[in-house]
Ligand binder design. Structure first.
Ligand SMILES: Cc1ncc(COP(=O)(O)O)c(C=O)c1O
Length: 391
C-alpha cells in the first residue's frame, strides 16, 4: 500500500467514528483574547493558566537569551548542549519545590516516556490509573515491566494489586496524574503516598496541571494535599503550561537526577532545551513566586465558572480545579456546541475519544487568571444556552 492509501483508509475509519480532528488557526499573542479562525474570541482553552506566556518579563528574558546565547542548545545535554542556563533553571525548580534536584526534558511527554522505563524494566511492575495522561500510558508501553491499570481513583483495588504483586526485590512504580487533565479532579496524594510506602513502591506524580496553579505557594498538588515534596519519589511538571514557556522537568533526589542523566533515553538522545525557552521559564517562575494573586485569581475564576454552570443545571463534576469539563457524551453534539460558542465569541475546546473514554465527549473549559468575572459569566450564559439549543 502507498502512503496515501494508508492515509485514506485510516482517515475514513476516523471520520466514521466521529473523531476526525483538524487544527484551528490562532493569531495574536497568547492570552485570554485571541483571533481564532479569523474571529476575535475569548479563549477558555489550553494551559496558559496564569497568563504568563506573553508576560513582559518572560518575553524580555527570552529575547535577551536569544540575543546573548542564540536560539538552540546545539545538541544533547550529554554532548555539547549542557548550558549553565539549564542548570540554573534546574536549581530554581528544585528550590521552588523543596527537593534536592531537578532535570529538564524537552516536553512533559518526553519526560514520562523517559522516566518510567528508567525506573522499571523486565520483571518489574508499573501501576497506573485508568485516566492517566497519554504520555504516562506511552511510558508504560516503553518499559518492559508488567503494567496494571486500576479503575480511576480506586484506592482499594490499588491496594489489592500492590498487596498481590509487590515483593522484595521487585521494582514497583505507581505512576499517576496530580490533576487529571480532562476531568480536573485531584489525585488523593496523601493516600497514594501511604499505600506506595506501605508496599515499598515508588510514586511518580505527574503534576503538569498543578505546578504553579495549586497549593499556597504554587508548588502543586502535593502542597495542596499537605504532603511534603520529599515524600514523593518523582515529581514531574511542565514548563509549557502555567510557566508560559516550553519543556518539562522531573524533580526529586540527586540520585534520581543522576539515574535519568544516565538512562532516560528521551533525555540522552535528544537536543537540550533552547536558551529562550529556559530563560522564559526561569522568569515565569519568579513571577509565580512573587505574584500569588495569579493562582488565587485562577482558582476564583474556576470556582465562579463551576458555580455559575451548576446554577444553570450544568454539571462540572468531578472538577475541583481550573480544568472544568462539561460532559456531553455525544461527539457530534459536543462539536456543534463548540462551533456555536465560537460563533458567539468563546473558544472552549471540544474533546473526544481517544483523549477521553468513548461516550464521554465534553467541552473542556479552562479559565485563566486574567479573565474578568463578567467574561466568566458571559461564557456561563452562552454554554447553558447552546446546551439547551443543541437538545
Ligand atoms: C498530565 C500531563 N502530563 C504530561 C503532559 C505532556 O506535557 P507536554 O505538553 O509538555 O508534552 C500533559 C499535556 O497536556 C499532561 O496533561
Amino acid at each position: 500500500m502507498r502512503v496515501d492509501e494508508v492515509a485514506a483508509q485510516t482517515l475514513a475509519a476516523i471520520r466514521a467514528g466521529g473523531t476526525h480532528r483538524s487544527m484551528r488557526r490562532f493569531e495574536g499573542a497568547q492570552g485570554p483574547r485571541m483571533r481564532v479562525d479569523g474571529r476575535e474570541v475569548l479563549v477558555f482553552a489550553g494551559s496558559n493558566y496564569l497568563d504568563l506566556a506573553h508576560h513582559p518579563e518572560v518575553v524580555e528574558a527570552a529575547v535577551r537569551a536569544a540575543r546573548d546565547q542564540g536560539c538552540a542548545a546545539g545538541g544533547s545535554r550529554l554532548i555539547n548542549g549542557n548550558l549553565s542556563l539549564h542548570e540554573e533553571l534546574e536549581e530554581d525548580l528544585a528550590k521552588f519545590l523543596g527537593v534536592e534536584a531537578a532535570l529538564v526534558f524537552a516536553t512533559g511527554y518526553m519526560a514520562n516516556v523517559g522516566v518510567i522505563p528508567a525506573l522499571t524494566g523486565a520483571g518489574d511492575l508499573v501501576v497506573s490509573d485508568a485516566l492517566s495522561h497519554a504520555s504516562i500510558i506511552d511510558g508504560c508501553r516503553l518499559t518492559r515491566a508488567e503494567v496494571r491499570v486500576v479503575p480511576h481513583g480506586d484506592l482499594e483495588v490499588l491496594d489489592q494489586v500492590l498487596a498481590k504483586e509487590a515483593r522484595p526485590g521487585r521494582r514497583v512504580l505507581l505512576a499517576v496524574d496530580g490533576v487529571y487533565s480532562m476531568d480536573g479532579d485531584v489525585a488523593p496524594v496523601a493516600a497514594l503516598c501511604e499505600i506506595a510506602q506501605r508496599h515499598g513502591a515508588m510514586l511518580l506524580l505527574d503534576d503538569a496541571h498543578g505546578t504553579g496553579t495549586l497549593g499556597a505557594r504554587g508548588r502543586g498538588t502535593a502542597e495542596l494535599c499537605g504532603v511534603p515534596a520529599e515524600a514523593i519519589d518523582v515529581q514531574l511538571g511542565t514548563l509549557g503550561k502555567s510557566l508560559g514557556s516550553f519543556g518539562a522537568f522531573v524533580a526529586g533526589s540527586r540520585a534520581l537526577r543522576e539515574l535519568l542523566v544516565n538512562t532516560a533515553r528521551s533525555f540522552i538522545f535528544s537536543c537540550g532545551l533552547a536558551p529562550p525557552q529556559v530563560a522564559a521559564a526561569r522568569a515565569a517562575l519568579t513571577v509565580v513566586e512573587r505574584e500569588p494573586w495569579r493562582r488565587e485569581r485562577l482558582q476564583h475564576n474556576a470556582e465562579r465558572l463551576r458555580r455559575g454552570l451548576d446554577a444553570q443545571g450544568v454539571s462540572t463534576i468531578p472538577s475541583t480545579t481550573q480544568i472544568v469539563p462539561v460532559q456531553i457524551g455525544d461527539n457530534d453534539r459536543t462539536m456543534t456546541v463548540c462551533e456555536r460558542l465560537l460563533e458567539r465569541g468563546f473558544f472552549a475546546h471540544g474533546i473526544r475519544h481517544p483523549s477521553v473514554p468513548v461516550g464521554t465527549a465534553r467541552l473542556r473549559i479552562t479559565p485563566m487568571a486574567t479573565h474578568s468575572e463578567a467574561e466568566i459569566d458571559a461564557l456561563v450564559a452562552a454554554v447553558a444556552e447552546e446546551l439547551a439549543r443543541s437538545g
